[in-house]
Unconditional design. Structure first.
Length: 266
């Protein structure tokens, strides 16, 4: 006799109706609401930040290196530059560094005039026995050594004690040629202080014993632009030393004409 109290197993409960869509996989985070940046955007942002930091670092370095070179040149040469003729230790030759007689605007160049006066004062005081004028002779219409020679003669320096270097195209050329072409071991450089510092720095590197007499700076002219150019020129001078740049021309040895050391000062 069958047991009427025995019931059949219940059918499995049907899943809820999801409208035909499958549910999300268990354990995954809910979709983003769009507040956080996408990974690609974050990477772009990071790259931009790194690029900006790198650019700032390069700009800082670009400013620091010229400033350091400028300070180094001044500190290493300042003690060798006299402000007046009476402070100069005698040497056989003054190396007068060339510059244009007139400015681009056609006015008299006061840097030029001050160099002529300083070189003539050295000669007349008996501190030097001759003057080596080194400058640019780029064209037949532009000749720094000839112009300076004429003005030195007008200032009372005898022509026979003025020697011309027509290939002093750069300060580097002038100091190397003074030693290698004109046979000088010691010179008194004549130029404005900012230029004389660089010239001494270069001269010493090439084995030339150099001191200087600082020609006067023009009182009425702003030196800011000139000084900025000088900083760049000092960087170029260091680069010239590093790469071993040679003068544009050397050529055969030449003699610097000197008066006798027993002669009285003119």
């Amino acid at each position: 006799m069958s047991d009427s109290s025995h019931t059949l197993p219940a059918a499995a409960e049907a899943p809820p109706d999801t409208g035909g869509c499958q549910s999300s996989q268990p354990g995954l985070p809910p979709p983003s609401g769009g507040d956080a940046p996408a990974p690609a955007a974050r990477r772009r942002h990071k790259r931009r930040r790194l690029a900006a930091l790198a650019a700032a670092g390069l700009l800082t370095l670009a400013a620091a290196v010229p400033a350091a070179i400028d300070a180094m040149v001044t500190a290493s040469t300042a003690a060798a530059i006299a402000s007046g003729v009476d402070q100069v230790e005698p040497k056989p030759v003054a190396l007068l560094l060339g510059t244009a007689q007139r400015t681009v605007a056609g006015r008299p160049n006061q840097f030029y005039r001050a160099r002529i006066e300083a070189a003539a004062a050295l000669f007349h005081s008996g501190k030097v026995q001759g003057i080596l004028v080194s400058g640019d002779n780029a064209t037949r219409w532009y000749n720094e050594p000839i112009a300076m020679q004429k003005d030195l003669i007008a200032a009372g320096v005898p022509a026979q004690f003025i020697t011309l270097d027509y290939a002093g195209f750069r300060t580097l050329d002038s100091v190397i040629r003074a030693k290698e072409v004109f046979g000088q071991q010691q010179v008194i450089i004549v130029s404005q202080r900012f230029h004389a510092e660089r010239a001494i720095f270069l001269a010493r590197h090439f084995g030339l014993d150099a001191s200087a007499l600082a020609a006067a700076d023009p009182a009425e002219q702003s030196l800011l632009k000139v000084r900025a150019r000088e900083v760049l020129a000092r960087v170029a001078a260091v680069l010239d030393i590093v790469i071993g740049r040679d003068p544009k021309f050397l050529g055969k040895p030449e003699t610097v004409r000197l008066r006798s050391v027993v002669d009285d000062a003119v």
